[in-house]
Design a protein around this ligand. Structure first.
Ligand code: PFF
Length: 471
């Protein structure tokens, strides 16, 4: 069967186009908002090290596998998995992987957009100079002041709905333009700008009195504390969270990278492109940690402050530094842009699939899915105020449940299935052809080993550990 011609939605102008878009997808709130607060919650160093190991041993190979699937299938994840399963004579059930991905992307975007809304809300807040007040108040009041601004925002459902709506509307407009056009150009300017600003902020963090304490927190590995956070009671949660964060941060396991791979020009090299994306993504997360933890310790804040961590720390820095209002507004704007370039990749698998059914135009597919995501987002909006005490399962709010289900379960499971499909079901010859490697090269052997054994076993063991099988 000729799978070359089915459902092509477009193509990147070059390999660089793909690198920019995939980096745009990977770098986002996951690096700057989520990574620091998770690392803070799970005690620092051990979480960071396990996260890095997961990125190297599972994230990188799964990303290669996911791009490969997209490039070969050239469709939405659902139809890519259907045609490829047919090509290798595997069960039609592999489509399920595509379906799970579409659902995961949808659920993630529903809360991602609310958090990105916080970022938008902080742009005028910082720009108006609110936080310069921290320079004149006694040190003991700083924490309460920044905390109250954050709590006032999250406690106000109308404000959250407003910013969530703004974020979704702009995502919608970007998606209507098609993923290729505007995105390539926007990311080309945004990524270097964000990176530069992060370097400026690292410079600021180095000038704080407790810089080394922050560095120590991030890199000092204490596995005992990690596995026994409450004294002598074992917990596998941190391990699961670190693995989930690796998949989340790299946008893996749900078809976002697969659908971007489907727009890759036929002869672009998968190996080099994915390596660039993984390194860039990891670097941004580490830089974010190096900025935030010194500020945490220098101002007597708690590293385990949870989802508000970034919003309670960085404004202190912006309040204190010269031109802080400007730098801060720019920072939150760039963070919002980074979130947008991730958001569109969360919805693209669903849109591509709706278009392929033949029942939707790109326009109607985009509008319907955006409206649906917007509505589901209310569950997250209310998790911080009206429904803050509504914890129907596992003592978690609706937001926490959606986040846990997608990051800790769906994405790693998706990654596991992608690894199994590529390494066990596909013919070697197809893999080597797409990767432009020879079967006996070291690179191919290593990739095959990681995909065949390390990823499936690793994910399974972490799952079993989390449900307490080994404790
Ligand atoms: N990787 C994005 C981030 O770190 O913010 C979030 C994300 C995008 C997750 C796309 C999953 C995805 F498919």
């Amino acid at each position: 069967m000729n799978i070359d011609k089915v459902c092509i939605h477009g193509e990147w102008s070059s390999r660089l186009g793909f690198i920019l878009a995939a980096t745009g997808s990977a770098v986002g709130l996951g690096n700057i908002w989520k990574f620091p607060y998770m690392a803070g919650e799970y005690g620092g160093g051990a979480f960071v090290i396990i996260y890095l190991v997961c990125v190297a041993l599972m994230g990188l190979p799964v990303m290669m596998a996911e791009v490969l699937l997209g490039k070969r299938g050239r469709c939405s994840p659902i139809n890519t998995m259907r045609t490829l399963a047919e090509e290798v004579g595997a069960s039609k059930l592999w489509q399920f992987l595509g379906w799970a991905g579409v659902i995961a992307g949808f659920l993630i975007l529903s809360y991602y957009s609310v958090i990105a809304g916080w970022t938008l809300a902080y742009i005028p807040e910082v720009a108006s100079g609110t936080f310069s007040a921290v320079t004149t108040m006694p040190e003991t009041e700083v924490m309460g002041f920044v905390g109250s601004i954050f709590n006032n925002l999250t406690g106000n459902p109308l404000a959250l709905i407003f910013w969530h709506t703004v974020f979704i509307v702009v995502t919608l407009i970007m998606l209507l333009g098609g993923v290729q056009g505007g995105l390539e150009r926007a990311v080309r300017f945004m990524m270097p700008a964000l990176f530069l600003l992060l370097l400026v902020l690292v410079g600021y963090a180095m000038s704080t009195p407790k810089f080394m304490e922050g560095v120590h927190f991030m890199f000092n590995v204490d596995f005992h504390k990690f596995f026994y956070p409450k004294g002598d009671q074992f917990s596998g949660d941190g391990l699961l969270a670190a693995m989930g964060q690796a998949f989340f941060s790299l946008s893996l396991g749900m078809g976002a990278i697969m659908v971007y791979g489907a727009y890759l020009p036929k002869h672009a090299s998968i190996i080099q492109t994915t390596a660039v994306v993984v390194v860039a993504d990891t670097l941004v997360a580490i830089l974010a940690g190096l900025i935030i933890f010194p500020i945490v310790f220098s101002n007597g804040l708690e590293a385990n402050a949870g989802v508000g961590l970034v919003f309670k720390t960085l404004p202190i820095a912006f309040g204190q530094m010269p031109f802080g209002s400007l730098v801060g507004a720019l920072f939150f704007l760039l963070l919002a842009l980074a979130a947008w370039s991730s958001a569109i990749s969360l919805l693209e698998p669903a849109i591509a699939w709706l278009v392929e059914t033949g029942k939707f135009t790109r326009f109607s597919a985009t509008i319907s899915s955006a409206v649906a995501v917007w509505l589901v987002g209310f569950a997250t909006v209310f998790s911080f105020n009206l429904l803050a005490d509504f914890k129907p399962l596992f003592d978690k709010t609706l937001f926490e449940q959606i986040d846990y289900l997608t990051s800790n379960i769906m994405l790693p499971l998706g990654g596991l299935l992608i690894a199994v499909f590529v390494a066990w079901m596909m013919k070697r010859q197809i893999i080597t052809e797409e990767l432009e490697l020879s079967t006996d090269s070291f690179g191919f052997q290593l990739l095959q080993f990681l995909l065949r054994y390390v990823t499936p076993l690793g994910v399974t063991l972490v799952f079993l550990n989390a449900i307490g099988v080994f404790s």
